[in-house]
Design a protein. Structure first.
Length: 191
């Protein structure tokens, strides 16, 4: 068991779809990671779902979320269900059902891609700290029978966190046993 992953909201990614494409050469590292996850999930989605979702989110002319970094708008407001159901000449309820199902299927693919990304990230960390949210593992004591005593110390100060390496499986055992996540110690104060 590990600390739960917070999955992305599919509507947030869909709103940024046009921005990912328009500013693909100017994305920062976080946006590149978001775009990579989104497009991998989109490629695993059916053609019908892509068409349905693109009509709602990609074809919109209503730009929002101005980004000074890109000197443009990073997201678009979706076209309303009412307008799209009239355009397709179908009942509003039927259109919403189709759209919701398409978004649900894409959300499942996004979650899968996030899980794969997190797993890859964990595999390649040579040095790492263990954390639970914003609390970092500091130390613990073993009893004479080599079991962890009741008291485990966490800290909010990242520079006090214990650093683990892949040379031993101590960190891996603690992560699994206590549901902690591995994070890269890429901050000042760590060697």
């Amino acid at each position: 068991m590990s600390y739960p992953v917070i999955y992305p909201n599919v509507k947030r990614y869909l709103a940024k779809w046009a921005g990912f494409m328009e500013y693909r050469n100017e994305l920062n590292e976080y946006e590149k990671r978001m775009a990579k996850i989104f497009f991998k999930a989109l490629s695993a989605t059916s053609k019908e779902d892509i068409i349905l979702l693109s009509e709602k989110y990609l074809d919109s002319d209503h730009k929002t979320q101005y980004s000074p970094e890109h000197d443009g708008y990073m997201a678009r407001l979706p076209i309303t269900d009412q307008i799209l159901s009239e355009k397709k000449n179908i009942e509003l309820k039927e259109y919403r059902t189709r759209r919701n199902k398409a978004e649900y299927r894409l959300q499942k693919e996004l979650n899968k891609q996030v899980d794969e990304y997190e797993e890859e990230k964990r595999k390649i960390l040579p040095k790492y700290v263990l954390c639970m949210g914003r609390l970092f593992f500091k130390r613990y004591e073993l009893s004479v029978t080599r079991k962890v005593k009741e008291e485990i110390i966490f800290t909010q100060n990242i520079s006090e966190a214990k650093i683990f390496t892949d040379e031993t499986n101590e960190g891996e055992e603690l992560a699994i046993g206590f549901g902690l996540t591995k994070e890269e110690p890429n901050f000042i104060g760590f060697k």
